[in-house]
Ligand binder design. Structure first.
Ligand SMILES: Nc1nc2c(ncn2[C@@H]2O[C@H](COP(=O)(O)OP(=O)(O)OP(=O)(O)O)[C@@H](O)[C@H]2O)c(=O)[nH]1
Ligand SMILES: [Mg+2]
Length: 381
């Protein structure tokens, strides 16, 4: 099905050229498959491919980073400080009143009305069933509700990288942290032995490619060809075409992971969102069924506007996950819960600083813990 679409788009002419295009595509995938077998053989265990194993390795918990992340959610915690006051006054007789106030506090901490209502409804169910009796039970139920919402559609923060090469498209509004995240991902996967290729899909400014080149150097990744002012979809297509040709000449010359950076764009700018769709199609045309992941980078300090961004990007390019950046800053944690709950998209990674090491897998429990730390809970008890 995809091959037919691909053939058609490549050769708007004769049947003969259509057949030729199909042969080229088949050759590319045959080359890639040969490469994939080699990586598995290198692994020596006959188990899953390199990238799947890497996904698991990368899921390790970076305990040291938790402190910075914890600091980053201060702003949300400050607003949620009211929860402590509420819980200090908690009494089972007036629980309805307390829950109403709790709902208001959650809304003021960026959870959004729908998500706040959901959380409070769950606690109310707990009270009615007799599970929630004390202030401490309420706090536990609150955290559990948040973790449940964050993991309802996906418990895994692993990237699902099936192809070889696997491709990840990074999208988002201006300044969200896309290029930095591409660099951090390249560094992370490169460190684990993956061969990484970066496509400079932000063709608006030469500086964008220079920034990516610098990240490429740090991460030991290869930077693809950049053409300032060119249409990004064309740059993506020509880079992937180069890779295909190289793989056909030398089956060893196959990358494990291709990271595609894109220009920042306003989620409300129709033309730019259309361009992004074409970028995604360019990847899908060259690598059947890909990108493996289309990730939206969200600035964690944005607040509820995050939800509008995520909605528009999801409508345009069907996202597979989120990456939250700047959680070392003054992050607005509540909004994250709202986005995950309402769009059903998992958070894959969080950015906790500006260096290559400052990317960690998202951990819903750690996130809830950072919002409602245990030490405060002890004080309320
Ligand atoms: N503190 C902190 N700063 C970050 C993080 N991620 C990115 N930044 C900073 O945010 C700024 C913007 O990052 P970029 O990666 O250039 O953002 P971008 O989305 O590529 O920007 P455009 O391409 O212009 O749309 C830079 O100063 C980064 O160093 C993070 O997790 N924490
Ligand atoms: Mg950028």
């Amino acid at each position: 099905m995809q091959q037919t679409h691909l053939s058609r788009s490549r050769c708007a002419g004769s049947n003969l050229s259509r057949v030729r295009a199909a042969i080229v595509v088949a050759a590319f995938h045959a080359c890639s498959r040969r490469g994939a077998v080699k990586v598995r053989a290198n692994g020596g265990d006959g188990g899953p491919g390199l990238l799947q194993r890497l996904g698991r390795v990368i899921k390790e918990k970076a305990a040291g980073d938790f402190d910075r992340f914890f600091k980053g959610t201060t702003k949300t915690r400050e607003r949620l400080g009211l929860v402590d006051e509420l819980l200090a006054l908690w009494s089972l007789e007036d629980y309805e009143e307390s829950l109403e106030e709790l709902e208001e506090v959650l809304i003021s901490a960026d959870f959004g009305p729908r998500t706040a209502l959901k959380i409070v409804d769950r606690i109310r169910d707990g009270v009615k069933s007799g599970k929630v009796k004390s202030a401490e039970d309420t706090r536990t139920a609150l955290k559990e509700a948040i973790v449940e919402l964050l993991t309802a559609r996906s418990h895994s923060s692993e990237l699902k990288l099936q192809g070889r090469p696997a491709a990840v498209l990074i999208v988002g509004v201006n300044g969200a942290g896309k290029t930095t995240t591409v660099g951090k991902l390249a560094y992370k996967y490169g460190k684990e032995g993956a061969k990484v290729y970066l496509i400079p899909g932000d063709t608006f400014r030469a500086a964008a490619s220079e920034q990516l080149a610098e990240w490429g150097r740090r991460a030991g990744a290869t930077l693809g060809t950049f053409r300032e002012g060119a249409r990004p979809q064309a740059v993506i297509a020509s880079n992937l075409d180069d890779l295909r040709q190289r793989a056909c000449k030398d089956p060893e010359d196959v990358y494990d992971l291709i990271l595609v950076d894109t220009a920042g764009r306003l989620h409300t700018a129709y033309k730019l969102m259309e361009e992004l769709q074409m970028c995604k199609s360019a990847v899908g045309t060259a690598l059947q069924g890909q990108p493996d992941e289309t990730l939206l980078v969200l600035d964690g300090t944005t607040g509820l506007n995050m939800l509008n961004q995520a909605r528009e990007f999801n409508d345009a390019v069907r996202l597979t996950g989120l990456i939250l950046t700047k959680l070392d800053g003054t992050a607005r944690g509540g909004a994250v819960v709202s986005v995950v709950d309402q769009l059903g998209l998992p958070v894959k990674f969080i950015g906790v600083g500006e260096t290559a090491e400052d990317l960690q897998p998202f951990d819903a429990e750690a996130f809830a813990e950072a919002l409602f730390p245990r030490e405060v809970a002890m004080a309320v008890k």
